[in-house]
Write a protein of this length. Structure first.
Length: 289
């Protein structure tokens, strides 16, 4: 039988052993630096933990191409790539991330770099430091410098109210890096009930006209995309398959905000980092006016 002392000390011993384990973010360079392995042979490199190998796990897809070291999928890496390449690297910066998909080690890394806080709506599908409803954010005005919000807004019933709240809590010149599953040119509601992997309902299938709502809420907007996809949207390259994986590419081309596009990754680096196929990767950089 295990004595009382054993029952008390066993969790502490386990915790001590866990703290003794090497952390991938301690062993890597700073995540905004180009990994050493780029250009040296490996055809897959994670821009978060700097793992390098022959290929990512899974398929070429925004929700796949998983890093076997830190567990990031392609959209996780693209969000951080956009943030690290477009915002200053300031340890005093207050960074809030809504419903981050990555777990404890990623969050420890972010806390080592910034004043980082994670949030979730109900703490059921994701773990967070605080609970936040984007329609009614329980934070003071101008209390956030950067908001990272990946694949959350489509689950919010009142888009305009959420954008006003986000604008309120961002500091002057603060930035939101917004990811949504943009699969068509014009926003519409789902034609039938739609749920994502965490069983949360989808209220909107957003298109490029989301930019108008962002601007009305008080943001200057630029659209961060692959260099290859920017050429497609501008008519410089031919359209790939007209519809693949639910993406209506002709509609995306027809309504594309060409003046707001900012190509941020070239074709070589998009392959190395697993940002493929290129039409699946869009991040809105929204700066508070």
């Amino acid at each position: 039988m295990v004595g009382v002392w054993g029952l008390v000390t066993r969790p502490l011993v386990r915790r001590w052993k866990w703290w003794r384990q090497p952390r991938w973010w301690n062993d890597s360079d700073l995540p905004w630096e180009v990994p050493d392995a780029v250009g040296k042979g490996p055809m897959a490199v994670c821009n978060i933990c700097h793992w390098a190998g022959a290929e990512f796990l899974g398929t070429e897809h925004v929700e796949s191409a998983m890093c076997p070291r830190c567990g990031s999928v392609a959209r996780d890496r693209f969000l951080l790539f956009c943030f690290f390449n477009c915002s200053p690297h300031d340890s005093s910066m207050r960074v809030l991330e809504t419903s981050p998909r990555l777990g404890r080690e990623y969050r420890r890394m972010m806390r080592s770099l910034f004043r980082y806080t994670s949030s979730d709506f109900d703490l059921s599908a994701h773990r967070g430091d605080i609970r936040i409803d984007l329609q009614d954010i329980a934070l003071p005005d101008s209390s956030v410098d950067v908001l990272l919000t990946p694949h959350v807004l489509e689950h919010v019933p009142d888009t305009d109210r959420a954008l006003r709240e986000i604008h309120r809590v961002l500091a002057p010149d603060g930035a939101m890096y917004l990811q949504i599953p943009l699969q068509q040119g014009v926003t519409a509601r789902p034609t039938e009930p739609e749920f994502h992997g965490d069983n949360t309902p989808v209220h909107f299938r957003f298109g490029w006209d989301l930019i108008a709502s962002l601007e009305t809420a008080g943001f200057d907007v630029e659209v961060l995309v692959m260099e290859e996809f920017a050429k497609v949207l501008r008519g410089e390259n031919p359209c790939p398959e007209p519809e693949v994986d639910g993406f209506d590419i002709p509609s995306m081309i027809e309504h594309a905000p060409t003046a707001k596009l900012r190509p941020i990754v070239d074709i070589y680096m998009s392959k190395i980092y697993g940002f493929r196929p290129e039409h699946q990767f869009v991040t809105f950089r929204c700066v508070k006016r």
